[in-house]
Ligand binder design. Sequence first.
Ligand SMILES: CCCCCCCCCCCCCCCC(=O)SCCNC(=O)CCNC(=O)[C@H](O)C(C)(C)COP(=O)(O)OP(=O)(O)OC[C@H]1O[C@@H](n2cnc3c(N)ncnc32)[C@H](O)[C@@H]1OP(=O)(O)O
Length: 220
Amino acid sequence: MTEQPDSGEAVSAQTFLDQPDHASGATELARQLRRIRGLVSGADFEDLSAEIELARELADRIENAATPHPPAQYDSWGVPEHIASNPVIGSRNPAAPPLDAVVFPDGTVRADLTLGVEFQGPPGCVHGGVVAMLFDEMLGLANAAAEHIGMTVDLQVTYSAPTPLDTPLRFEARQERVDGRKLWCAGTLHAGDTLCASVRGMFVTPRWMLDGDQSKPIEG
Ligand SMILES: CCCCCCCCCCCCCCCC(=O)SCCNC(=O)CCNC(=O)[C@H](O)C(C)(C)COP(=O)(O)OP(=O)(O)OC[C@H]1O[C@@H](n2cnc3c(N)ncnc32)[C@H](O)[C@@H]1OP(=O)(O)O
């Protein structure tokens, strides 16, 4: 449970799309790979030849143990495998920050996170494309929280101030309007009191999705 600090009164939030650790250990493996990701992209080393050998052996071992499931086999939105591989929230995707979201009773989705040097664009700042990607996901999550999802057809990001690295950031998003298959969402990104960026997005629920069961429980 988290409190919404800007509301003036304590409002409880629920963890959203909770992803328990995978029994195989893949979630923990992703955590360790994220540590390596940050170190390799943001530190100097004298000689890594022994570590390279180790990494190659590890990659070979994981490849031999793996039974890959191509994305085309993922059967629907929100199943654990679909969420786990996501590049923004996926607990088993080492490339994901990962972003952990909570949802408030009014439908606002919030995520607090800190981004390291591997997400750098301008020196000391988060890459603008990374901000856009995280916003896209946040708006998608706001749609999921409203149980009315779609695909992005338009995403407009306004960058107001540089987004600092290694600094607590807060993303917020909510679905604002629905008209048939068309959905509109908005969001903000703050570092402390500074508004770094804001976003407006339009989504469309594909016709084929209406034939499926959108209201099925979100697993994971
Ligand atoms: C509850 C369940 C659990 C969920 C669990 C959650 C899991 C965890 C969350 C993951 C969250 C992922 C968040 C990332 C989201 C992506 O990354 S989505 C990927 C990027 N987007 C795409 O690839 C979309 C590509 N576009 C398309 O495939 C097609 O345009 C679409 C979206 C299927 C729509 O095609 P369509 O069904 O044929 O619709 P179409 O008739 O063309 O348009 C419908 C209406 O929208 C309008 N429209 C279409 N495009 C536009 C546009 N660009 N601008 C303005 N209007 C437009 C049309 O003019 C039309 O308006 P009307 O004539 O009805 O007034």
